[in-house]
Design a protein around this ligand. Structure first.
Ligand code: ATP
Length: 345
């Protein structure tokens, strides 16, 4: 359906998009995931023909967007990061205006717009001024304008940005439903977002593709079972010494006091070693009760570090920037010969 081949976009010397290639199948919901400035909007603007690429090709249904701008643009509905709304119009007036602009004739206008408003749940505000709508409703009107003319492809740039949690759930639900009849590409810098709605994820970092896979496969490949946090009641130094001495612990850091009488710690263990029972026993023996222990979810930054660490062939997590955290105990060398029993603590 969509083929992107070796796309490059330069702004002066800065490569906003650096040799990006991927394909999107018909009916797929694909997520472009990346931090601010990664090149998501630039890629989307090129896909929609709003911006020309420095080099590379974009094919929609086998048609080059540069050689066939009219045919390819008809196949694409675009929701930019800032929806292009005329706020002094009512929702109905605005969608009629977009209908004319897109020359969407040939379809029954009234029926078509009613179906779109129904799909994104804005029928009840059809005759209200856009200026008076909440941010969530404005975003839905933005989605509706992208759907006018029934394009096969919907390109949505950060569709949930600035919405409250309830509105986010609703918009995600709408996007999932749209994915049944459209090919959808959406961008986000929120991992959970693409996990929640996308079948495949393209991770972009500094203009380059760092990984392409399903969210499940990414999570499996980048699982984080060896990193966890724990909350302990007691003296910081003693806890650091006990955990730091456990066989298999790569490092332990204090995250500081989160409750009156307890301190949080971050622990990373060597792969394939379960250090939790040893930590539990060691702290129990020293009368330092563990109040909670939980796996640390991978943040987007962690995933980027994982992915780019693999590219650069260095150890994962080794260079996480946690400069804001006071590092109280640094890495310790683990004694591989020492076996795991309480005497190692
Ligand atoms: N018109 C422009 N002129 C110069 N540089 C630009 C221009 N537009 C974007 N850039 C640069 O290109 C890079 C990619 O920007 P882009 O907006 O595509 O990133 P993004 O992933 O969409 O980020 P965000 O989530 O913040 O929107 C950034 O370094 C940005 O500063």
């Amino acid at each position: 359906m969509i083929e992107i081949k070796n796309l490059v976009k330069k702004y002066g010397e800065n490569k906003a998009v650096d040799h990006i290639s991927f394909t999107v199948k018909q009916g797929e919901i694909l997520g472009l995931l990346g931090p601010n400035g990664a090149g998501k909007s630039t890629t989307m603007n090129i896909l929609t023909g709003y911006l020309s690429a420095t080099s590379g090709e974009v094919l929609i249904d086998g048609l080059d967007i540069l050689d066939n701008p009219v045919e390819t643009k008809k196949k694409i509905g675009y929701l930019p990061e800032m929806p292009p709304l005329y706020t002094d119009m009512t929702v109905r007036e605005y969608l009629n205006f977009v209908f004319d602009l897109k020359k969407a004739g040939g379809t029954d206008r009234k029926k078509h717009l009613a179906e779109i408003m129904n799909a994104v749940k804005i029928t009840d505000v059809a005759d209200r001024l856009i200026a008076n709508l909440s941010k969530g409703y404005k975003q839905r009107v933005g989605l509706a304008q992208a759907m006018v003319g029934n394009p096969e492809v919907l390109i949505l740039d950060e569709p949930t940005v600035g919405l409250d949690p309830m509105q986010i759930i609703e918009i995600r639900d709408v996007i999932r439903k749209l994915g049944k009849h459209h090919t959808v590409i959406l961008s986000s810098h929120i991992l959970q977002e693409v996990q929640a709605v996308c079948e495949r994820v393209v991770i972009i970092n500094k203009g380059k593709i760092a990984a392409i896979d399903s969210p499940d496969n990414l999570a499996k490949t980048l699982s984080n079972e060896n990193k966890f946090s724990l909350r302990v009641a007691g003296d910081e130094r003693s806890v650091l010494d006990i955990i730091g001495a456990v066989h298999g612990v790569k490092y332990v850091k204090s995250l500081g006091r989160k409750e009156k009488s307890s301190i949080d710690f971050l622990v990373e263990a060597e792969p394939d070693v379960d250090v939790r029972p040893l930590i539990f026993n060691g702290l129990a023996k020293a009368n330092l009760p563990i109040l909670s222990m939980q796996a640390v979810d991978l943040s987007l930054e962690d995933i980027f570090l994982e992915v780019t660490a693999k590219d650069r062939n260095i150890a994962s997590f080794a260079d996480i920037d946690e400069s804001s955290i006071e590092i109280v105990a640094a890495k310790k060398e683990t004694n591989k010969e020492d076996d795991s029993d309480e005497s190692n603590l």
